[in-house]
Design a binder for this molecule. Structure first.
Ligand SMILES: CC(C)(COP(=O)(O)OP(=O)(O)OC[C@H]1O[C@@H](n2cnc3c(N)ncnc32)[C@H](O)[C@@H]1OP(=O)(O)O)[C@@H](O)C(=O)NCCC(=O)NCCS
Length: 195
């Protein structure tokens, strides 16, 4: 979401049910929900790389493709049982022994109609747990400088900005900078007290 505006929380007659799952296969219904959520996020300007609205069949092929990539784990966020957002945990390629301890969170979004319920916070914590469970010590991510809501959230969760790419993305002809973050997933070992 460029020039982020905080989403109004819709009035509801019940407390929302929030959940996050890692998925390895999708039903037709889940695929339709993923496509709907991605479409809404793209239209809103936070379409994890996509700038223009995409036909439904293109989105459906994209999600099916994600599930086929061995290095990617797809996490979905659900509001009252329906998928409304997602994130991908991306493992380094096998040849990259030097960076085998670091994973990347990519393509993180919550559809505009499901924002403000705490799902983004829950989704990030589950991706972090997933990375820890796989033995990763570092979680990396990058984000357009215009995604101010996401930036505030990442920083509140302990992600540390280590750099800025001045020509990170191009949206509607405008070049936009992007920020790069990392988070150490393991607590540093306590220092030995001085004798
Ligand atoms: C940023 C985004 C993920 C937030 O999703 P969300 O489900 O509404 O977030 P949550 O309800 O979990 O809120 C988490 C925290 O972020 C804060 N927050 C959310 N949107 C915000 C905004 N626009 N400005 C400032 N803070 C914001 C909330 O106040 C909340 O803080 P709190 O827990 O201290 O109260 C969502 O707006 C989004 O998908 N944006 C577009 C895509 C994007 O920017 N992706 C990141 C690219 S890597």
């Amino acid at each position: 979401m460029d020039a982020t505006v905080r989403a109004p929380v819709m009035a509801r007659d019940h407390a929302p049910s929030l959940s996050v799952e890692r998925v390895t296969d999708v039903t037709d219904e889940a695929l339709a929900e993923l496509c709907e959520a991605a479409s809404a996020a793209i239209m809103d300007g936070g379409g994890f790389g996509w700038v223009k609205p995409q036909p439904r069949d293109v989105l459906a092929r994209y999600w099916k493709g994600v599930l086929l990539v061995p290095e990617r784990e797809l996490f979905v966020a659900k509001l009252d049982g329906a998928i409304v957002g997602s994130a991908q945990l991306v493992r380094p390629p096998r040849n990259n022994e030097a960076q085998a301890f670091a994973a990347t969170m990519m393509h993180f979004f919550i559809a505009p109609y499901a924002r403000g319920f705490g799902l983004a916070r829950l989704l990030i914590s589950r991706v972090e747990e997933g990375a820890r469970a796989l033995g990763y010590k570092v979680l990396n991510l990058d984000v357009r400088e215009t995604q101010t809501g996401a930036i505030a959230l990442f920083e509140s969760l302990g992600f540390v900005r280590w750099g800025t790419h001045p020509a990170y993305a191009q949206v509607n002809g405008r070049v936009i900078a992007g920020h790069f973050y990392h988070k150490l997933l393991e607590a540093k070992p306590a220092r030995k007290p001085r004798a």
